[in-house]
Design a protein around this ligand. Structure first.
Ligand code: PMP
Length: 413
């Protein structure tokens, strides 16, 4: 069967590559609409990790044997796959971390701690996930610097005039998400980066929700740092990336101390540190995670990221239209440019009750604040029901969501 959006996109063929989609939940076929929290994994990713663990597992970089060489080649080859896919200019700009949260904490703990002063300003936005708020709050408390927040408009897009106004404060650092996890709004990151650079700021982008949905060209965006997680883009959990421009990474002090991140260690002389990216990769890394992430990228390339994006856009439009037919249902986040996320509330029902009843029908959605409490507070709500889509989502699954919501409403009202 062919996806409704375009003939070349065979969603059923894609689904066959995801073993988990064959399972039943609560007696119903699984309808997985929680991909923004974590996407499911294609067989190619699962197999790549199994293959590594079964045939060439070894620690990397320092072994004098065949397995160590093979594992090192796979690990560093994966770094090159990531570099090429995201169009970073050098593979030394790709630092492997445990996820977006870890990547942002790395920048806060190194670049932030050594560059920000008590009279500095960090500019954030009200759209941010807690991962792009709390590390900055911890740092700001430590060094006594100021945090300013850019507002959002009622449709969930960023308030550009407020962004420009706050840039007049000459923030040292400007941090914003590429795509909002709660509302789906897509920021024009190239434009925001250019405006922030004009104000003399360093720019960090949280790309966690963008990498599953669009092609990210780091040199084109020209940001200084870009953070994302593997598990949201069909890759494994526990692996993420911090992209940083090499001149910044070179000047940054190390992050965690340990093996691999040093050049020489001495009790008599000062210990010296390795070059990026190794300076920031202390200890044994998540080798199978890195291999799985590279495989996820290859998988996305084989399907075509633009095709996935077009399919998800069609799904999002369809979901908006169908859900809005339900009386008393309000969608939060109606920006013109949106990724595959639909957040909503229904009059007279609590989101967690809706989530529980949908789960009984096999429909997996997320409910709550989605780690965006400041945004929810600004919206005047405590949370939403969030349905999120991926390459394998079908229009029929959205029909099932709508039918499930209608059924739940009858039970709850
Ligand atoms: N930022 C955004 C926008 C997210 O959606 C998430 C995950 N919910 C994160 C950061 C944190 O990602 P991770 O938990 O993989 O570190």
């Amino acid at each position: 069967m062919v996806g409704k959006d375009e003939k070349t996109y065979d969603v059923m063929e894609i689904r066959r590559e995801f073993p988990i989609l064959e399972r039943q939940v609560n007696g119903h076929p699984l309808i997985y609409l929680d991909s923004a929290a974590s996407s499911q994994k294609p067989r190619a990713v699962i197999e790549s990790q199994r293959e590594y663990l079964s045939h060439f597992h070894s620690n990397i970089h320092r072994g004098a044997h065949a397995l160590a060489t093979q594992a090192t080649e796979a690990f560093e080859g994966s770094r090159e796959i990531v570099r090429e896919y995201f169009n970073a200019s050098k593979s030394s700009e790709i630092v492997f971390t445990s996820g977006a949260t870890d990547s942002i904490n790395l920048v806060a703990g190194t670049w932030g701690r050594s560059n920000l002063k008590s009279d500095s300003t960090i500019l954030l936005t009200r759209l941010e996930h807690h991962s792009n708020i709390v590390p900055w709050q911890i740092l700001a408390t430590e060094i006594g610097c100021n945090i300013e927040v850019v507002d959002v408009l009622s449709d969930g897009s960023l308030d550009l005039s407020d962004f420009n106004e706050k840039l007049s404060l000459k923030p040292s650092l400007v941090c914003f998400s590429h795509v909002s996890n709660a509302l789906g709004s897509i920021n024009d990151v190239k434009k925001l980066t250019s405006l922030a650079h004009h104000a003399g700021s360093v720019v960090l982008i949280d790309g966690s929700q963008a990498t599953p949905h669009c092609q990210v060209d780091l040199q084109d965006i020209d940001c200084d740092f870009y953070a994302f997680s593997g598990h949201k883009m069909y890759g494994p959990t526990g692996i993420g990336v911090l992209y940083g421009k090499l001149d910044l990474l070179e000047l940054m002090p190390p992050w965690r101390g340990g093996g691999e991140m040093i050049s020489s260690v001495s009790f008599e002389e000062p210990t010296t540190f390795n070059i990026p990216p190794y300076k920031f990769e202390a200890g044994t890394p998540n080798i199978s995670g890195v291999i799985g992430l590279a495989q996820a990228i290859s998988w996305m390339k084989s399907v075509g990221v633009d095709k996935i994006a077009a399919h998800e856009l069609a799904l999002t439009d369809y979901a908006h239209k169908k859900l809005l037919r339900i009386e008393g249902l309000k969608i939060y986040g109606t920006a013109e440019h949106k990724a595959g996320v639909v957040s909503f509330l229904v009059d007279g029902t609590h989101p967690s009750d809706l989530g529980t009843l949908l789960d009984q029908l096999g429909v997996a959605v997320r409910t709550g604040s989605h780690c965006t409490e400041p945004l929810m507070k600004w919206l005047g709500i405590s949370g939403t029901v969030r349905a999120s889509f991926a390459a394998y989502t079908t229009f029929e699954e959205i029909d099932a969501l709508v039918a499930g919501v209608e059924r739940a409403i009858k039970m709850l009202r």
